[in-house]
Design a protein around this ligand. Structure first.
Ligand code: SF4
Ligand code: SF4
Length: 189
């Protein structure tokens, strides 16, 4: 994959703030690209973990917040698992997403930000992911109420989706995490 590095940074470089938000130091990255070789969305996103890190090293600013990988990342942590320097790139992506929302950056077309919001809202309320509620919120938000509904009976039959909300989660602990990570978002709603 050819990687083009934009030499003109928008605003101040993001490396320091991303490192602070994610708790990940990027200095140890030596561009071996093992992370990028295993990333399942590097192709469709037209970007790769090692490229994002290199751009941060070189002083990339807010233009990075519009990068496709920021929203296409699946948080699968394959990059983290493959990294010889144990750089948690999935946490870096989380920080970039938070920054993109906070700074009103142009988000990609499609419903990835909506899906992300619905997932987090459900974890916040139920303490764990509650797929049925998350899908209902996503469908209402996206307006595509009937898409993929034919798969629903099979998923229920195979136990891939529960009707009832998850139980046993430590909701108070999860709310505390939200409150710390996203002040004002941990309160009961
Ligand atoms: S695997 Fe780790 S060290 Fe190698 S390029 Fe990716 S982040 Fe950098
Ligand atoms: S966590 Fe995101 S960036 Fe890392 S391998 Fe998975 S999809 Fe790619």
């Amino acid at each position: 994959m050819t990687i083009r590095i934009n030499k003109v940074a928008k605003g101040t470089g993001l490396k320091a703030i991303v490192e602070e938000m994610s708790g990940v130091s990027l200095d140890a990255c030596y561009q071996c690209r093992k992370c990028s070789a295993g990333c399942p969305v590097a192709g469709p996103a037209k970007s790769a973990p090692s490229e994002i890190i290199r751009r941060l090293h070189l002083g990339a600013g807010d233009e990075l917040l519009e990068n496709g990988l920021v929203w296409m990342c699946l948080s699968c942590e394959t990059c983290y698992g493959r990294c010889p320097m144990q750089i948690n790139f999935a946490a870096v992506i989380d920080a970039l997403r938070s920054l993109a929302l906070a700074r009103g950056s142009k988000v990609p077309e499609g419903n990835m930000p909506l899906f992300n919001r619905m997932f987090l809202a459900n974890v916040r309320v139920f303490g764990r992911s509650y797929d049925l509620s998350m899908i209902a919120g996503y469908k209402l938000g996206s307006g595509s109420l009937m898409s993929d509904t034919e798969k629903f009976p099979t998923m229920l039959k195979k136990g891939k989706m529960a009707i009832l909300p998850p139980s046993g989660a430590d909701k108070k602990a999860v709310r505390r995490i939200f409150e710390k990570a996203m002040p004002g978002k941990g309160k009961k709603q």
